[in-house]
Design a protein around this ligand. Structure first.
Ligand code: HAM
Length: 420
């Protein structure tokens, strides 16, 4: 019988890759805690209108890439293509704005976009998403970029570039629109059909076009960056000063516009050339008017999302943020009796100790310990019991230690060796 496979662009994540996902999550969580971000889980499915109103009805995401369904009640619902829209909804629905001056929240989970799958681009992908509501201060923008660089350092990622730009405020964009429209009008005959429509409705979206001819035209277009109003220019310059104080190197990329309509002022992408065509693995920016546009009080905000699949491609598994893991290999019934007292010591010390329930040969237990990626194996047989010792083998260095068999004393030695 023919086997059923996953949908195109959907994948099972396991083995080395899921270890990297967990590592990315652990390192991110560590810094979210330090920087005061609280976790929130938001639904995967929301009303389609939420995404249309926030991301923008002329964006590629909303026009072409959403998984949208009509439910049995006749309502249009969509799988979330990103998290910011839902985070803003939650910020308002849960009344966070009324309780705190600045709300810092993060969420981790799957996003869905009906894009053409390729390396680093899937229809279901994962984001670690961070949002900070309540301040327009460029210190917050710089702080987020600093936190990003600390997370990357924690993951041993060094080959990357932070690109920043300002897409200004509504005023800057209004005056720039005319400049842009008159430029594109002169190239009308070369623009694709989609871009001719964008020219009428939202000319900035022409920068999203993937047609080579349109890309070529945008290469020579004027930049919004050069038409920023005084307020936006000052904001961007202060951001650069703060980044300098934090010691964060960035590249100004005047071409950087984002594929979502809600941005204002700061936008950024973290890119790595080793990723190929889909080289942005973290992206975000400010969205100072979105909360109000979604029916809330005027609230500036900024955030970013880590593309977990892409970061996993360049992150190293060498980083150890986890506690070491232990395996107990026992030979014989007398040795098996030590499982309970050993387990009590390990669990009491917040450490994990794995073992096999059915007794097996030492060789197969060692093989099993290897498959679990155990850092240390405790080995106990009749000989060791007679000598009053238990052997601890470091699975990385292959060094062996003789520890006292008494569970409490054994544990003290384990701690010394594993945490030195
Ligand atoms: P985005 O640029 O659309 O921004 O996505 C952020 C990151 O998600 C991208 O840089 C990329 O690494 C990853 N990503 C996007 N699409 C795919 C895909 N099809 N397959 C694999 N990875 C993908 C946002 O989503 C904004 N909500 C970010 C943000 C948060 N802005 C403010 N707050």
């Amino acid at each position: 019988m023919e086997r059923i496979r996953t949908l195109r662009g959907f994948r099972d994540i396991f083995g080395e890759e899921i270890k990297k996902f967990n590592l990315i999550e652990d390192v991110s969580r560590k810094y979210f805690d330090i920087f005061g971000f609280r976790e929130i889980e938001i639904p995967v499915l929301e009303k389609t209108e939420l995404f249309v109103r926030s991301i923008g009805d002329t964006t590629d995401i909303v026009e072409k890439e959403m998984f949208t369904f009509i439910d049995t009640g006749g309502d249009s619902i969509s799988l979330r293509p990103e998290a910011t829209a839902g985070m803003v909804r939650a910020y308002l629905q849960e009344g966070m704005y009324a309780k705190e001056r600045v709300s810092k929240i993060f969420t981790i989970g799957s996003m869905f976009r009906h894009e053409r799958p390729q390396k680093g681009r899937y229809r279901e992908f994962h984001q670690v998403d961070v949002e900070a509501f309540g301040t327009d201060d460029p210190l917050m923008d710089a702080e987020l970029l600093w936190m990003t660089s600390l997370i990357l350092k924690g993951l041993n990622v060094i080959d990357y570039k932070i690109e920043v730009n300002s897409v200004g405020c509504k005023d800057c964009r209004e005056s720039f629109r005319d400049i842009l429209v008159s430029y594109f009008e002169t190239k009308r005959d070369r623009l694709c059909e989609d871009c001719l429509r964008r020219l009428e409705r939202n000319p900035l979206r022409i920068f999203d076009c993937k047609h080579s001819e349109c890309i070529d035209i945008t290469q020579h277009s004027p930049f919004l960056y050069d038409s920023l109003c005084d307020g936006c220019r000052t904001h961007f310059e202060s951001l650069l000063v703060y980044l300098n104080r934090f010691g964060i190197a960035v590249e100004i990329n005047k071409r950087l516009v984002r594929g979502l309509d809600y941005y204002s002022k700061t936008v950024f992408e973290v890119t790595s050339d080793s990723l190929g065509a889909q080289k942005a693995f973290i992206a975000g920016g400010r969205y100072n008017t979105l909360v109000e546009e979604m029916g809330g009080p005027s609230t500036p905000a900024i955030g970013f999302a880590i593309g977990v699949e892409r970061l996993a491609m360049i992150a190293s598994l060498e980083v150890k943020v986890k506690k070491p893991s232990f395996f107990f290999a026992y030979i014989g019934e007398d040795a098996k009796r030590y499982i309970v007292p050993f387990l009590k010591e390990f669990v009491g010390g917040d450490l994990s100790l794995s073992y096999l329930y059915e007794s097996k040969s030492l060789k197969s237990q060692m093989r099993y310990a290897d498959s679990l990626d155990s850092d240390y194996v405790l080995i106990l047989g009749d000989d060791e019991i007679a000598k009053g010792i238990v052997i601890m083998r470091d699975m990385h260095s292959k060094m062996q230690y003789e520890l006292p068999l008494d569970p409490e004393e054994m544990m003290r030695e384990v701690m010394k060796i594993a945490f030195r």
